[in-house]
Design a protein around this ligand. Structure first.
Ligand code: CP
Length: 281
């Protein structure tokens, strides 16, 4: 984890001055996205191209999955066409793992069900360590707030942030707070906000049937007034329900130097470059 973060940090520091050695030259990576995505898919594409490789995109809505083809069969067909790696986003919790057990090329989990989004956790960890100017997150207390029940981002971040030494508190209404995660939980956002150095707001996932009351913003939104009293980092993996989990004005990057939301997106390209270089380059 640390090695990938250091390499990603190197890519971030190099920025436009990065002179590609093109470790992916001549290689084609398949982006197999059975669920919609903006950040993850585009950043894997950009990362691949910056490393000298090329991509083929297969989206659930236009693939032969709509005719009943299974996820594994889809991946086997991509492998038969000669791709060097498969980046997969899918709804089944073990989808990426199943593909990995059947194909002979590297498989990267770009988000599976409500269970795991490991590359997001890695880019979040990178964003936070760069914000704090440290190699790890020892001594930091981080809140993950909102629809924890449906969040693969929360699950992967609990693992990643804890591994780096942070204390993590999950915050949300009781019905959106699962009890199977190994960390503290709370439904008192104001009390937790007073203690943490970073606050990761999560989207309410209506497409996964999340239900929230009309008072959700009052209880769990990062509102203007809460933000005014908070001096820590603000994060959101996106996409954002503006005006619900985070106020419009707080979400805007110009609201504060502590707003890391677009830094997370920038870190995403560098992190995925490090992952692709490591596995396929
Ligand atoms: N953070 C994230 O996974 O965003 P996308 O769904 O747009 O990829």
């Amino acid at each position: 984890m640390i090695g990938l973060m250091q390499r990603a940090s190197h890519f971030l520091d190099a920025g436009d001055r990065y002179e590609p050695s093109e470790p992916l030259a001549g290689k084609i990576i398949a982006n197999l996205f059975m669920e919609n995505s903006t950040r993850t898919r585009c950043s894997f594409t950009i990362a691949t191209k910056r490393l000298g490789g090329d991509c083929v995109d297969l989206l659930g809505s236009t693939s032969s999955a709509s005719k009943g083809e299974t996820l594994v069969d889809t991946a086997l067909n991509l492998e038969a066409m000669g791709v060097s790696g498969i980046v997969v986003r899918c709804t089944p919790e073990n989808g990426a793992k199943e593909i990995a057990s059947r194909v002979g090329v590297p498989v990267i989990n770009a988000g599976s069900g409500a269970t795991a989004h490991p590359t997001q956790a890695l880019l979040d960890a990178l964003t936070l360590t760069r914000y704090f100017g440290t190699d790890n997150l020892s001594g930091q207390h981080i809140a993950i707030v909102g629809d924890i029940a449906h969040s693969r981002v929360a699950r992967s971040n609990v693992i990643g942030l804890t591994k780096l030494g942070a204390k993590v508190t999950l915050v949300g209404p009781p019905e959106l707070l699962p009890d199977d995660l190994d960390c503290e939980t709370s439904s008192d956002f104001d009390a937790v906000l007073a203690e943490v150095s970073a606050c990761m707001m999560l989207r309410v996932q209506f497409e996964r049937d999340a239900k929230v009351g009309e008072d959700y913003r009052d209880g769990f939104g990062l509102t203007d007034s809460r933000f005014a009293n908070f001096g820590g980092a603000v994060m959101h993996p996106g996409p954002i329900n503006r005006g619900l989990e985070i106020d419009d004005s707080v979400a805007n990057i110009e609201s504060s130097a502590h707003n890391l939301i677009l830094s997370q997106v920038t870190s995403g390209v560098a992190t995925r470059m490090a992952i692709l270089e490591h596995l396929i380059g």
